[in-house]
Design a protein around this ligand. Structure first.
Ligand code: ATP
Length: 238
């Protein structure tokens, strides 16, 4: 069943249209990767889905409901949560306080406590550093904190914007291992945007290629990984 559906979505910044009528689907239980070069519109797509940017055309539905005009905070309550590009954790707050912030829309304190345990088990590094200020964590740890914080909202759909950005290859693998685990063990559906097409496509069930605001290709992660044009443009081999 389609959990998220974008139908002919356009988004403009002033007079410049950044997305020109894109359509994509994320089914329940899937990991879907959106890949594309700098400026292709990946972040804009995520902002449209999370409600930070309004649409100039088209429709977004989530869990069978038209959310095209729904406020961003209410989308979080519905189960749609974005872990933003550039991490954007709260640097002056401790790891635990940052994680608590992720649960700010929730009223079920027992469920929140259980999810906190779950997140600290998933990220032992964060458990060790629970009292440390977020701003003093390493880049990889901050990325883990951003993902952990997003999980605290107990999302149905987790949006990840460039989870590998700025990280060393070994940390990138760890982050993707955790993404796979979140999907397989907790059943959370994931849409991720990546410049690291190799990792993203090898972990994703399906992928879409975005070029200058248009979807130009879609397929299974494996099909895209072996597609000659994708290889040449995004995987650094010809
Ligand atoms: P990157 O991989 O470099 O982060 P991206 O695929 O995420 O790129 P977007 O950030 O979505 O790309 O940008 C898509 C287009 O929209 C670009 O041409 C960009 O210059 C433009 N754009 C993005 N944000 C704004 C803004 N606030 N005002 C004007 N134009 C913008």
């Amino acid at each position: 069943m389609a959990l998220l559906e974008l139908d002919n979505v356009s988004v403009s910044y002033g007079r410049i249209e950044a997305l020109h009528g894109i359509s994509l689907t994320v089914n329940e239980g899937e990991v879907v990767a959106l890949i594309g070069a700098n400026g292709a519109g990946k972040t804009t797509t995520m902002r449209a889905i999370s409600g930070i940017r309004t649409l100039s055309q088209g429709r977004i539905s989530f869990n069978g409901e038209d959310i095209s005009r729904l406020r961003a905070d209410l989308r979080v309550v519905r189960g749609l949560c974005q872990s933003p590009e550039g991490r954007q954790i709260f640097p002056g707050m401790t790891v635990l306080e940052n994680l608590d912030m992720g649960a700010y829309t929730r009223r079920d304190s027992a469920g929140v406590a259980a999810d906190l345990d779950r997140v600290l088990t998933l990220f032992p590094r964060l458990a060790e550093r629970r009292k440390q200020a977020g701003g003093t964590l390493s880049g990889g740890e901050q990325q883990m904190l951003a993902v952990g914080r997003a999980l605290m909202s107990r999302p149905k759909l987790l949006l990840l914007d460039e989870p590998s950005m700025g990280l060393a290859p070994m940390v990138i693998r760890q982050i993707f291992d955790i993404i796979t685990e979140i999907n397989q063990q907790q059943g959370i559906t994931i849409l991720l945007v990546e410049q690291n097409a190799q990792q993203a496509l090898s972990r994703a069930h399906r992928g879409y290629v975005l070029e200058t605001g248009r979807i130009v290709k879609e397929g299974s992660g494996q099909d895209l990984l072996t597609d000659p044009a994708v290889k040449e443009a995004y995987l650094g081999v010809s």
